[in-house]
Design a protein around this ligand. Structure first.
Ligand code: NAD
Ligand code: TYD
Length: 343
């Protein structure tokens, strides 16, 4: 099979590339990625040594380039990870989120219609369901939960999901969608909570916790997400949505304290700052469907996963030093410079 992984130079896409090269050595894996600020070829250095792997630089919203890639690579499967993925950036500049996440998705699906495809898989997010209240721990997102988005990021992802389902119903495109909870692990770009806190703490820099820090996220080790997508490609039913999560809810403040403990640093580094606009309170996935229908279960608890992730960042300083030495400093100054300390 020829499997095109769009966005494969980013965090989850790259982990998926490695997962597939290891677990499906008979398949060709083609990474198609625009290499935005979040894409990093250094992440794919090991993959480039594998004959079954190929990298193509390109934009999913560039119709000509996407069609050319289809003509040359003849994909059997598309797994679309390519996206603008950071909520804070979507609040500052929504437009690029619409361009990549919505228009890009439609261009990919048009190519699938034109050239034919065995499966188009859309990597979506639990954020399309909006948020849950903190005082109702009995509530979870199921696949039937209505879409109810909060940020320009989640609105763009929900729009893409609706388009994917429309292409299935209208044109019979063989699609599946997965909606996963927050991931963490190797190659996570340090604008997101866990890698940002690890790197700041390693530098004895303040850890900027938004608001009261009581917001809850449902954390999944990235390899478990990759395994779930691989199972959906093999056993998932066309036209279906699968939620992915492992009942690993943690408050942000708990996650930050666990990182400090792992690094042997003090909690005085924590600084509560101005809250994110429209900040979702709680995400929590009900993974019953994927467990019962496809037999997927997560294997890594947050305790083990966070320890492994901190170790990875300690051992791969070259990887993240390269990232934080460039435009990242400007991003950090602009994004965090305007936040006020609130405790
Ligand atoms: P990321 O920001 O780390 O990587 C995104 C990748 O997409 C980068 O390599 C970037 O260069 C590429 N890209 C961006 N725009 C592109 C375009 N127009 N054409 C081609 N490539 C482009 O993102 P991530 O955290 O790895 O997320 C991957 C996918 O998983 C996204 O669709 C996201 O919505 C979804 N998701 C993420 C999480 C999470 O916790 N990170 C959880 C659930 C779902
Ligand atoms: P993030 O990693 O951006 O993922 P998402 O918003 O998509 O869930 O943020 C995770 C949580 O951590 C979210 O509640 C916002 C919070 N957060 C902070 O408190 N400080 C930070 O510097 C960042 C980046 C996030």
């Amino acid at each position: 099979m020829n499997i095109v992984v769009t966005g494969g130079a980013g965090f989850i896409g790259a982990n998926f590339v490695y997962y597939m090269l290891e677990n499906r050595p008979e398949d060709r894996i083609i990474c198609y990625d625009k290499l935005t600020y979040a894409g990093n070829l250094a992440t794919l250095e090991e993959a480039q040594k594998n004959k079954q792997f190929k990298f193509i630089k390109g934009d999913i919203a560039d119709r000509e380039a996407v069609y050319k890639m289809f003509e040359e690579e003849k994909p059997d499967i598309i797994v679309n990870f390519a996206a603008e993925s950071h909520v804070d950036r979507s609040i500052e500049n929504p437009e690029v989120f619409l361009q990549t996440n919505v228009i890009g998705t439609s261009v990919l699906m048009d190519a699938c219609r034109k050239y034919g495809i065995k499966r188009y898989h859309q990597v979506s997010t639990d954020e399309v369901y909006g948020d849950l209240p903190l005082d109702r721990p009995d509530l979870f997102f199921t696949e039937e939960t209505p879409l109810h988005t909060s940020s320009p990021y989640s609105a763009s992802k929900a729009s893409a999901d609706l388009l994917v389902m429309a292409y299935h119903r209208t044109f019979g495109l063989p699609v599946t969608i997965s909606r996963c909870s927050n991931n963490y692990g190797p190659f996570h770009f340090p604008e997101k909570l866990i890698p940002l806190m690890i790197i700041n703490a390693m530098h004895d820099k303040k850890l900027p916790v938004y608001g009261d820090g009581l917001n809850v996220r449902d954390w999944l080790f990235v390899k478990d997400h990759c395994a779930a997508i691989e199972i959906i490609l093999r056993k998932g039913k066309v036209g279906e949505v699968y939620n992915i999560g492992g009942h690993n809810e943690r408050q942000n403040i708990q996650v930050v304290k666990a990182i400090l403990k792992e690094l042997g640093k003090g909690e005085e580094l924590i600084e509560h700052v101005t809250d994110r606009k429209g900040h979702d309170r709680r995400y929590a996935i009900d993974p019953t469907k994927i467990r019962e229908e496809l037999g997927w279960e997560p294997t890594t608890s947050p305790e083990v996963g966070i320890k492994a992730t901190v170790e990875w960042y300690k051992e791969h300083e070259d990887w993240w030093q390269n990232i934080i030495s460039g435009d990242y400093q400007k991003y950090y100054a602009e994004m965090y410079g305007k936040k006020e300390i609130i405790d």
